[in-house]
Design a protein around this ligand. Sequence first.
Ligand SMILES: Nc1nc2c(c(=O)[nH]1)N[C@H]1C(S)=C(S)[C@@H](COP(=O)(O)OP(=O)(O)OC[C@H]3O[C@@H](n4cnc5c(=O)[nH]c(N)nc54)[C@H](O)[C@@H]3O)O[C@H]1N2
Ligand SMILES: Nc1nc2c(c(=O)[nH]1)N[C@H]1C(S)=C(S)[C@@H](COP(=O)(O)OP(=O)(O)OC[C@H]3O[C@@H](n4cnc5c(=O)[nH]c(N)nc54)[C@H](O)[C@@H]3O)O[C@H]1N2
Ligand code: SF4
Ligand SMILES: [Mo]
Length: 895
Amino acid sequence: MTVPVSDATPAVVKTTCPYCGVGCGVLASPDGQGGAGIAGDPGHPANFGRLCSKGSALGETLGLDDRLLHPMVDGSRVTWEGALGTVAGSLRRIAEEHGPNAIAFYLSGQLLTEDYYVANKLAKGFLGTPHVDTNSRLCMSSAVAAHRRAFGSDTVPGCYEDLDEADLIVLVGSNTAWCHPILFRRMADAKAKRGTRIVTIDPRRTQTGEEADLHLGLRPGTDTALFSGLLVHLATQGAVDRGYVADHTAGFDAALERAQSIAPSIAATAAATGLGESDVQTFFEMFTRTRRVVTCFSMGVNQSAQGTDKGNAIINCHLATGRIGQPGMGPFSLTGQPNAMGGREAGGLANMLAAHMHFAPEEVDRVRRFWDAPNIITGEGMKAVAMFEAIARGKIKALWVMGTNPLVSMPRADAVREAIAGLDLYVVSEVLATTDTARATAKKTVLLPALAWGEKSGTVTNSERRISRQRSFLAAPGEARADWAIMSDVAKRLGFGASFAYTSAAQIFREHAALSAFENEGTRDFDLGGLAEISDRAYDTATPVQWPIPKRSGDPRKGRARLFADGRFYTFDGRARFVAVQPPALASVPTAERPLILNTGRVRDHWHTMTRTGKSQRLSAHRAAPFLEIHPDDAVRYRLTEGGFARVSTDHASAILEVAVTDGAQPGNVFAPMHWSDMTASHGRVVALVRGAPDPVSGQPELKATPAAVTPVAYRSRGYLLTRSAMPATAGWWWTRAAVQGGHGLIFATQDGSREVALALRGLFPGHEIAEYSDHARGLYRLAAYRDGRLMACLAVEAGERRPDWELAKQVFAADEITAADRRSLLSGRAQTASAGPVICACHGVGLDVITAAIAAGAGSVETVGAACKAGTNCGSCIPEIRKLLPAALARDAA
Ligand SMILES: Nc1nc2c(c(=O)[nH]1)N[C@H]1C(S)=C(S)[C@@H](COP(=O)(O)OP(=O)(O)OC[C@H]3O[C@@H](n4cnc5c(=O)[nH]c(N)nc54)[C@H](O)[C@@H]3O)O[C@H]1N2
Ligand SMILES: Nc1nc2c(c(=O)[nH]1)N[C@H]1C(S)=C(S)[C@@H](COP(=O)(O)OP(=O)(O)OC[C@H]3O[C@@H](n4cnc5c(=O)[nH]c(N)nc54)[C@H](O)[C@@H]3O)O[C@H]1N2
Ligand code: SF4
Ligand SMILES: [Mo]
């Protein structure tokens, strides 16, 4: 029986954004047809009603295209009964033949806490395998390790209000304006209100750097030298809080001595980091003289072969000045995924057991008794990189992947694909049927359809330890089920039914909360005791709350904003630890064959492997094709041209990317986004190029520095195709897909001439009215296909180094009505009316040309541009890009 959603679901459902770790509250208004209106939740303390471009466009990602709707075994649809039987039977057989250590789970910071809890309990407590790791290994594990070394626990000390109350915000290895946009808006507000200064530390000058008061474009991997230099400077300037250091810390002298050997002076720091002395001095003085400093760090710190040391070098400076646990100050690890924190709380990392407990004998015993777990493991399992290596060596025979797409996110992803092929059992719990990971196969391959955002229900924890509810507002499509329910059913088939008799997410949450409080008595930071008996009703209506929430805290709706205000930490003696860090060293250095350093990361409007943002035409407009950023001098040296193609090669793979020349790049460094996969591009799967040498402490792989070479690639023809339904790409061409309003876009390049392209593609539209323009002598061909007066497809092919501009064609394609002038312009490639240019503002679809026209007509500020053309007036994610176009910025750049 299916219940109509509208009967069961209230008009507006409060939930949480499924993208980044800011954890914004969302109001979803289901339309009863499988879609929903989306707005920011004014009552949510992370965003107070704001959403960034990705959050605002969530409504465009809810469609069922490409969804995995039924369980599949080896490519054939099966019943749930059949699929669960296959998984349980194969797991049992593999455990019997090879021991439980031959089974591994690879989880995700995008699972709900309840899913994580059940996976962790099943694997570590009942199946008895320690090999449970998560994509958070690629994301947060260096921050976790740095926290544990410094504080004795994986604790984020501060909260978002600290950003509102800081006088200096230092952003290390973080493109906050694009990756944590709503926090960046809060920082910008603080700047406007109290003059908060912002410093960015990143080899690239990103949009975040453009907005900063000071940008330090250090050499990649040299952060430990910079912060060692800062520690020395604090000491020589008498800025160390001697009382705090004496009363609440240990290890200062050794850390300072090491710092002195790495960066004894401002000049030495400048030499070690490649920065100018005056910039180093300015930063050091700002930090020294400002008490309210928050240092935020993310992937430029964590995804590094020295990520843990980088984190501790930062924390050292905060401990030395006692700037931690008080309003407006502290080290602040910005988490990436919506539930990176929840996964850490549940114990989803291979080097944790559960509920922030590790493997001390009394901890193992405590969890064993709580779970009544016969097969509890007693030590750490393999971390992601080692886990996939063990799969390649045949040591691990069964892998269950849940909520992550490792073929598009693990370093050396081609080797990961090969490893998977050798598995006896490969289980993928997924939302989409078409991801690279879901299309990989092993000796036995099982695909399990999971509920997606909007359908699933549970909790997530954001960067400031705030637990919020994700609530369902759509009916479950097809046979999709909650991940926790799927795993509980497998557990039952393995004979563990009594311990996995879960019937609701609330029930699992209560157990998770009770474990966190079990024999805790204030000895562990993570304590949800106050929520251990939360009723189903209270769970349903729960408002966001920050842990810890111990039972004795009184009102469980009130959490704690900050920890360590009393200077007591979770080490055995209550003192925080300074860490003597290693001098900077890149895990892999450039060579004559691979003279460049390949850095990878994110763009503003895409999320990871594009399984959701790739469905949104608004989000696909900002960056439509996979690209490589390179400095102008390097472009000349390697004969690359803006808009042309570069082949980027490393020891592991190669990709062909569009060239974007920018002086935001450092000479010797190139940057490519991680987002494109085999699903969305022919030659854009950048993660396969990445070496991924792991940090020795955290096991987090280096994803920001792989030696690489670039060479130009030329194609004879370039073009685009817009169609109402998705078209297969032609084998042998370079292509990439992008959602466009009203249909699908394919951008391509080929060694074929326009005549061959015309021959290959015009047959795709039988029964259509075809209008064509060709000038094959110049390599030109354009086609528009109509049916019943409606534009069904349009194609343009040109010879040359740049792809033809498709903004005009997209406008015509999106319009309901087509005019005679539009028909003419599709064939001439020339607008009868002005084209909008490449999209800057995703929310209102405002293009570059419209914004520059508004500025030419007198708009001189972000506000007046907004008033003139609406750009930047919704989510504000594009404000940095608009600001760069203003006369003041242009004058500054020219100077
Ligand atoms: N739009 C968007 N937002 C996202 C995501 C997304 O996919 N798209 N993903 C989310 C997730 S899971 C995460 S983890 C976060 C990531 O958020 P960020 O960490 O902000 O993003 P990245 O682009 O991965 O990397 C940040 C910066 O680190 C710099 N960097 C590289 N090497 C070094 C170095 O040696 N030192 C320093 N100081 N910097 C260096 C890079 O140049 C890059 O600009 O974003 C979250 N938010
Ligand atoms: N080179 C390079 N590689 C990187 C990075 C980098 O900066 N550079 N960043 C790393 C980081 S920080 C991260 S976080 C990772 C992210 O990498 P991934 O986690 O691999 O990327 P996603 O696209 O978020 O994958 C999530 C998958 O889960 C599915 N899914 C969504 N919701 C659910 C659900 O409820 N249940 C289930 N079962 N499935 C679901 C989606 O369809 C999607 O396929 O990439 C890492 N890899
Ligand atoms: S900042 Fe954007 S992506 Fe991140 S949680 Fe908020 S709305 Fe979602
Ligand atoms: Mo991440």
